[in-house]
Each structure stands twice: as C-alpha cells, then as structure tokens.
Design a protein around this ligand. Structure first.
Ligand SMILES: [Zn+2]
Length: 386
C-alpha cells in the first residue's frame, strides 16, 4: 500500500471510530469501547427484570449522574408521571431512559428475558407506555453473539473468518447508517441474527479474533456486505433484487459449489394467497406471466392477470408476504393447476454478496478467507487495521 493510500485509510478508519464514539455513551466495558454497536432487543415491553450474572448491578441515566450501584436484581417499571418516567427498584428517575450493566469484571454479564448479554442495556420509555431495550456493546463482542447464528460453528475456520469479516463490515455499515436514531441493528434476519452470550462458540471466537478489525471497503468506506445461504449458481446485484444502488457496485459472480448443487425446492401456494395483496379478483382465466428475468435466472417481478385485471408484484415483495423460508429464492418457475400454483426453484436467499455454502466449499478446497471474500465481493478492499 502506498503512503498516500495508507493515510486515506487511516483517516477513514478514525473517522469511523470518531463517529461511533459519539453514540457509545461510555457504557461498554470492553477496552475498545469506542467501536460500539447498538442492537434492538425488544421494542414494546411493559416492564422487566435485569440481573447481573455475578454481584452488583449498576445503572445510570445522564452521564453526569454517574453509575449507581444496586442489588444484583433490578426491577424496571414505568413511572407514574412525566417528572418520573422510570422507576428502578422503587427509585423514581427523572429521565426517560436508563442504562443498566453488570460489574466491570469481564466475566460478568447482564441477564434479560432469560438470556445473557455483554455490555449494557439501555431502557427507553416509549410514548405508548412501554419500553424499548437496546444492547450497547463493542463491535467485536457483538460478532461473538451473531456469527454462530449466521453460519454453523462446525464449518471450516476460513469460511467462519470470511463470515466474520462480512458480518463486521455489515455492522459497521449499519453503525454509519443506523436503522433508527436509537439503534443501529435489529437482532433478526432483518439484519443479522444476534442471540447474546448463549450464541457464542469457541470456533466463532477464534474466527473473530483472527480477523480482528478487518473490514471490506470501497472508496474508504465499509460496504453493505450482504450475504445469503445458497445462490443457486450465480449471485445477483442489489440493483436487480431490491431496485436500489449502493455506493459499492456489487457485481454478480458464478459460484462453483452451487453450479454443482443448486439446492432445488418447491412449494404450493393458493391463488387467493397470491392475490390478496393486489386487490384483484380471482377469475377463471387467471394466469401468471414472468417479469424481467436476469442472467442469474432470478425474476424481478411477476405479472398476475385475472380477466381484464392485472397487477405486477416484485418477487422480493412476494417472498416477504409468503415467507422467505417458503419461497426460498427469486429463481423459480411455476405450474398453475386449478386454485393452486406450484413454484419450483433453486437457491436459498436473496443471492446478493457472499454465498455461505459457496464460501464453505472454497474453504474445503483450501482457499483462504481473503480469497473467498475477493471472490464474492469483487472490487472491495480488505482493510487490515492491525
Ligand atoms: Zn453459491
């Protein structure tokens, strides 16, 4: 790397850290607490309990008020008035939010809804007399709790390392483009599945450690590093799947594994299920016609025709309505018989970015995580920050 380029990378990286530091609010206990991520755990609960795994629990609202040491178990309730919006263990607070954490001992964790979490929890009172709960923790700790839910910890280490970089990059992109003002990510497949401490695994921890701080950049910024289960033979562009561009011009690539094993599926859907979002009536001459089909085989949309009426529905919208696990990809054909439509397709997932089964195959063939990432995210640069 030449000197000028290195300077630009460092500037970009420290810009990222500076941005993140403004939202961490000094509540994460990890030494690299500047790189904090905020994960929405719940958004409509009337009250709750929080326990420290070890000894005392600490809480605070405004930083100037400092942390208050409390018993190991905390009860958090809605307060009776605007002046006291939250009550913690019978103590009324004057703020509409409160942070809760365990001790500074790294082995301490916080328990909420029967699950353990690293970092701190921010409880925020909503306007509808409920709480939203957001987990603040370091980016590397977050990866420990998400990677094993996105890829089996039993898979090859190089595949897990590729997943660690992809997940870290996606999270960093979200930190710079938060889902909402109060949080960066959701804990579901809407972003990345995050289960806290119980989802951690030693092999995942090794993959995170061996790639610590590494992210994929395009023009010095983290890319929106999409990934999916099986591409079916070729990946796809976000412009085709979601009709939107991102800063990084994600290209489609062929996938050696899925070309051999495309993962075939089929599902049956009633016509009234297909029509219920369109406002069309089901007529005897009902038929389905394809919209644009890309070179990867995926359909951008379907045309539903019933007599004189017709409607066009995007395949991603259709998958969202029917269920992503039911209509597993947008690469399908169909047969229409009476009131049933049988869809037959290949692949599993939206098809953008890294194909996880393809990544595993490349790892089994001896490819490194860097080679795997270079294959599925062509044009991006892997930044090594250490
Ligand atoms: Zn594939």
């Amino acid at each position: 790397m030449n000197k000028k380029l290195r300077h630009i990378y460092l500037l970009g990286f420290f810009f990222c850290l500076g941005f993140v530091a403004t939202i961490s609010e000094g509540v994460t206990s990890n030494k690299d607490s500047n790189t904090a991520v905020r994960v929405l755990l719940d958004k409509a609960i009337p009250k709750g309990k929080v326990n420290s795994l070890l000894y005392s629990t600490f809480y605070r609202s405004q930083p100037a008020r400092g942390w208050i040491r409390a018993e190991r178990n905390l009860d958090i309730l809605l307060g009776p008035s605007q002046q006291n919006p939250i009550i913690v263990n019978s103590t009324p607070l004057q703020d509409s939010f409160v942070f809760v954490r365990g001790g500074r001992n790294p082995s301490d964790k916080i328990s909420f809804h029967g699950r353990l979490f690293r970092g701190a929890l921010k409880w925020m009172r909503n306007r509808d007399r409920s709480f939203s709960v957001v987990n603040y923790l370091s980016l590397e700790d977050y990866l420990l709790g998400t990677l094993g839910s996105e890829m089996s910890p039993s898979w090859e280490l190089e595949a897990l390392k590729a997943q660690a970089v992809a997940s870290r990059t996606y999270a960093l992109y979200r930190i710079q483009h938060p889902k909402q003002a109060e949080f960066d990510l959701e804990k579901t497949t809407q972003d990345q599945v995050y289960g806290g401490v119980e989802s951690e695994h030693p092999r995942v921890a090794e993959a995170v450690k061996q790639t610590a701080g590494e992210v994929l950049l395009f023009k010095d910024l983290p890319i929106k590093a999409f990934f999916h289960s099986r591409c079916g033979g070729s990946t796809e562009t976000p412009a085709f799947v979601w009709n939107h561009q991102q800063g990084y011009p994600q290209k489609k690539v062929s996938c050696p594994y899925c070309l051999q094993k495309p993962f075939s599926w089929q599902t049956f859907v009633r016509i009234d299920e297909l029509l219920k979002w369109t406002g069309l009536d089901f007529g005897r001459d009902f038929k389905i016609e394809p919209g644009d089909r890309g070179p990867s085989g995926r359909l951008a949309s379907l045309k539903l025709i019933s007599g004189e009426q017709r409607a066009t529905i995007g395949t991603d919208t259709l998958r969202s309505h029917l269920g992503y696990t039911r209509l597993k990809s947008a690469n399908f054909d169909w047969q229409h018989d009476g009131e049933l439509v049988m869809f037959q397709g290949v692949g599993n997932g939206h098809g953008v970015g890294m194909c996880q089964w393809g990544a595993r195959h490349l790892a089994q063939k001896g490819k490194t995580y860097r080679e795997i990432l270079a294959h599925y995210y062509p044009g991006s640069t892997l930044k090594v920050s250490h």
